[in-house]
Design a protein around this ligand. Structure first.
Ligand code: HEM
Length: 399
């Protein structure tokens, strides 16, 4: 590794060869790859990587919690690694710190209040059932393409009352923001999504629609409504944050269950409810890695940070951190709750967590009614990708 461009304040002994888009061992297991950071031991709370323009990486969950909670020292103005990609982001409310963040967050919390989300349960169940019924009798499926990729985006478009035929196009742009394949720039993909949503925002503003987009643009918070530009940025963020996370989390849930007969049996025999199982699996398989920008020169856990440094907040670490949960690797289907960092901490904690829980719970309930026992089709290798959101690339199941 070359240390030529190592910033002056970074000691060479803290440098590690770690790329968040390809952590060591990612081919075998996404979470184990991240957990290699945990092996640094108590004496090394932070390490530095030269990858992705250079940034800090915490080596235990308690430090990630501090980073996510203390917005005065760790700002959300840059949340994407490498930092230069953050400049094109600018979505709401993710890139705004408190107190300005409160206005957007109140609007979002109102729009996604538990009562509104719970009211969607029947619609979500109908979508889940229609997807599973399409392949249940065939004894196999490409779980990623036939289920995980489609379910969250159909729910999102239904919630926002947007046309279902827009799925392929909108999904392509959203994918390019999270895992660009080079066919379109980040800025163009983002602009296309904004151009897509803008006419719908115009149509719903001031009208009396009951869908989530209408409620979002017409909610009055602290004496004012969102401007058109704010409404576009907020709805795009909900789309990006709410679709890709659930798509990929479903991959980790079903991969785990397909490989673990003990846990499948507990679910199929009703020894644990889908709701309890979902909580445990969420906590064991976190998948989001955002970052923060250091706001001032400071010493943090014995390490000198400089204003402008980037520091990652990798929640996947929490799933296997024994200092966060005893025997963290084991999945306990006994209804006991474990500590979880899956939905973040602090001001930006995920506002979609109730919706995500409902989506995954209903997916499990309806799946196990129809397909109580299933396995990975091992003829098609399992591979993983890492980044802002962790991915099981293709999961094929058989029963
Ligand atoms: C498996 C599912 C999900 C996971 C693991 C997840 C995880 C997260 C995490 C860790 C954050 C915090 C980011 C930060 O601190 O900068 C976050 C924020 C956010 N999530 Fe989720 N999320 C999920 C599902 C959803 C859903 C279903 C929606 C909405 C439909 C959603 C909407 C958002 C939004 C809008 C934010 C930004 C909140 C803010 O900046 O105040 N998420 N999510």
């Amino acid at each position: 590794m070359s240390y030529d461009l190592l910033p002056d304040h970074v000691p060479a002994e803290l440098v590690r060869d770690f790329n968040i888009y390809a952590p060591p061992g990612i081919d075998e297991d996404f979470h184990q790859a991240w957990a290699t950071l945990l092996q640094e031991g108590d004496d090394c709370p932070l390490v530095w990587t030269q990858a992705n323009e250079g940034h800090w990486l915490p080596t235990r969950t308690s430090i990630i919690e501090e980073i996510l909670t203390d917005y005065s020292k760790f700002s959300s103005r840059s949340i994407i690694l490498p930092k230069s990609h953050s400049a094109d982001h600018g979505l709401l409310p993710t890139t705004i710190d408190p107190p300005q963040h409160h206005f957007y967050r109140k609007t979002l919390n109102h729009t996604m209040a538990p009562a509104s989300v719970n009211a969607m349960e029947a619609d979500i169940r109908a979508i889940v059932v229609s997807l599973i019924d399409a392949f249940a009798d065939s004894g196999q499926c490409n779980f990623t393409q036939q289920f995980a990729d489609i379910l969250p985006i159909r729910i999102f478009l239904s919630m926002m009352n947007l046309p279902e035929e827009d799925i392929p196009q909108t999904k392509y742009w959203a994918d390019q923001l999270i895992r660009p394949d080079g066919t379109i720039s980040f800025a163009d993909a983002l602009q296309n999504l904004k151009d897509y949503i803008a006419p719908y925002v115009d149509q719903r503003m001031g009208a009396d629609g009951k869908d989530m987009l209408s409620r979002m643009v017409n909610t009055e918070t602290d004496g004012r409504r969102l401007t058109r530009d704010e409404a576009i940025k907020l709805s795009i963020q909900v789309f990006i944050a709410g679709v890709d996370t659930v798509v990929n989390f479903l991959g980790f849930v079903f991969l785990f269950l397909a490989r673990s007969e003990v846990h499948r049996l507990k679910l199929s025999r009703g020894e644990i409810t889908a709701a309890d199982a979902v909580e445990e699996i969420f906590a064991r398989f976190p998948l989001v890695t955002v970052a923060r920008e250091v706001t001032e020169d400071m010493e943090f856990h014995g390490v000198q940070l400089k204003a402008g440094d980037m520091i990652a907040a990798p929640t996947p670490l929490a799933g296997l951190d024994n200092s966060f949960n005893a025997n963290a690797a084991e999945v306990h289907f006994d209804g006991q709750r474990r500590n979880s960092l899956t939905f973040g901490r602090g001001a930006h904690i995920c506002p979609g967590k109730n919706l995500a829980r409902i989506e995954v719970r209903i997916a499990l309930e309806e799946w196990f009614k129809r397909i109580p026992d299933f396995a990975v089709d091992e003829s098609k290798p399992i591979t993983f990708s890492s980044g802002i959101v962790g991915v099981v690339n293709q999961l094929n199941l058989k029963w």
